[in-house]
Ligand binder design. Structure first.
Ligand code: NAG
Ligand code: NAG
Ligand code: NAG
Length: 439
């Protein structure tokens, strides 16, 4: 049953990894080509598909009422040029079936789960960087992690304060020495220590590498306690942003993909491109490469992949079983193992929760949000493109729904106020049911 919900988001330049100034023209060109691609495919589908619902003549108010989506949202989307015909929403209904996370995500809903109290309640921790505590940033690509890491390295008030200098290749980023009074690195952050565990290490790379790296430092004579933290971002936006980054020439070839004592082989994880990189790849090409490590990246970077047979080609479990295990493990790690996580879309709330969680770590100024994150950079993807990205990232969608619910409950429990956003998902209870409005 086709359910179509048109999504809007701030895609262009939203990533803090993006060197904003140099992007004007290429972005415009990229935008233009996406629009052309989307229009072309849209027109093709429109003329070739009889499953397309006829033009809907309902009023906005009627639409809001039928869909259960707030009038604010409907008006907001409408103002941005989304046609009413594209908005077929799920409709709450007493006789329906339970809402699953992908369906909920499609209709901008969020299920409110009953998490164990211990997972939700604020657990303040007196962080002592002079002793055993080490903060470890698990930086998933295109989640706004660079902006956050820079903020952490430069703006935390510590004694001694960080010593920073501009990076030669990126003057707007700083390389800092984040050491305590004994000269020990207390923050595992790319701006402080670089990438000694391979670029963008995930849960597997970090847990197998941290001790080795720290033990090799001359200043280390302590028992360490690692506190992992990460940022989670809307999966469709994140994936789209990864495509923009890859087509600018990024490869992340230095990722280790470590599991069960060894790195993945090229046979297990082949490159999607011949030659040095994938510069100029179209979104279609990007989506069509089966081995693209951008798919469900957040899930596999947070999971204990050992449980789902790593990257091995041979396994006596099916792909579906391995995926489910991987997702369950990522959720488990996020709730229990990762000491702190935030959401890119709620970065101010993330910052507030961080300071309440780690007592003794205070920022001297608030994190800067790039212009594009505040709403000036909207782009609309057609249902076609949005659905294609969503289909290929279903594990990340399910992880995101879980993480977002947990995060919102945590900031609520911590008493952090959250201004409502117009396009924000609506919370529904775990027992919420619905039927699909048949088009
Ligand atoms: C850490 O040690 C420095 C001296 O090396 C001291 O000035 C500072 O107050 C200590 N900070 C904490 C949080 O214990
Ligand atoms: C991952 O799972 C394996 C298998 O259960 C276990 O032996 C290992 O300790 C786990 N690794 C981490 C870092 O939790
Ligand atoms: C699956 O493989 C593992 C080792 O790879 C083995 O221990 C286990 O017995 C196998 N299970 C089945 C049902 O064959």
């Amino acid at each position: 049953m086709p359910v179509s919900v048109t999504k809007i988001w701030t895609a262009f330049g939203i990533s803090p990894n993006t060197p904003q100034r140099r992007l004007g023209l290429p972005l415009l060109l990229a935008a233009a080509s996406v629009v052309i691609l989307v229009l072309g495919i849209g027109a093709y589908i429109h003329t070739n598909s009889s499953a397309r619902p006829p033009k809907d003549k309902r009023s906005l108010a009627q639409l809001a009422q039928d869909s259960g989506i707030s009038m604010e949202n409907v008006v907001f989307w409408h103002r941005l040029g989304v046609h009413i015909a594209d908005m077929t929403f799920l409709r709450p209904d007493r006789d329906g079936i339970p809402l699953d996370d992908v369906q909920a995500y499609r209709s901008n809903l969020l299920t409110r789960r009953s998490h164990p109290r211990a997972d939700v309640q604020l657990r303040p921790y007196r962080f002592n960087y002079n002793k055993s505590d080490v903060l470890v940033l698990l930086h998933i690509q295109k989640t706004g992690g660079s902006n956050w890491e820079n903020h952490m390295a430069v703006n935390l008030m510590t004694d001694p304060p960080p010593k920073c200098r501009a990076m030669p290749d990126a003057p707007h980023r700083l390389m800092c020495s984040c050491v305590n009074g004994k000269g020990q690195d207390w923050m595992f952050n790319k701006n402080c220590v670089g990438w000694p565990c391979g670029v963008h290490p995930g849960f597997m790379e970090l847990t197998s590498c941290l001790d080795k790296w720290y033990d090799a430092q001359v200043t280390e004579d302590r028992k360490r306690r690692y506190h992992l933290m990460t940022l989670i971002r809307d999966p469709v936006t994140r994936f789209y942003s990864e495509w923009l980054h890859i087509r600018r020439g990024a490869t992340w070839k230095e990722c280790r993909l470590h599991c069960d004592g060894r790195d993945a082989t090229l046979e297990e994880v082949p490159w999607c491109f011949d030659g040095g990189n994938w510069r100029g790849a179209s979104l279609e090409e990007f989506l069509n490469c089966r081995g693209n490590m951008g798919f469900n990246r957040m899930t596999y970077m947070l999971a204990n992949l050992s449980l789902s047979d790593c990257y091995r080609l041979e396994s006596n479990k099916t792909r579906e079983q391995r995926d489910e295990i991987m997702l369950a493990s990522a959720k488990y790690n996020l709730a229990k193992h990762i000491r702190f996580f935030g959401l890119t879309e709620y970065i101010k709330e993330t910052e507030a929760l961080f300071q309440k969680t780690f007592q003794g770590l205070k920022f001297k100024r608030s994190i800067e949000i790039k212009d594009a994150q505040t709403g000036s950079g909207y782009v609309m993807l057609s249902d076609y493109v949005w659905n294609r990205i969503l289909d290929m990232n279903q594990l990340d969608v399910r992880l995101y729904q879980y993480a977002k619910d947990l995060f919102l409950q945590r900031i609520e429990a911590a008493g952090i106020r959250r201004p409502r956003r117009q396009y924000e998902a609506k919370l529904v209870s775990e027992t919420f049911t619905y039927t699909i409005e048949n088009a």
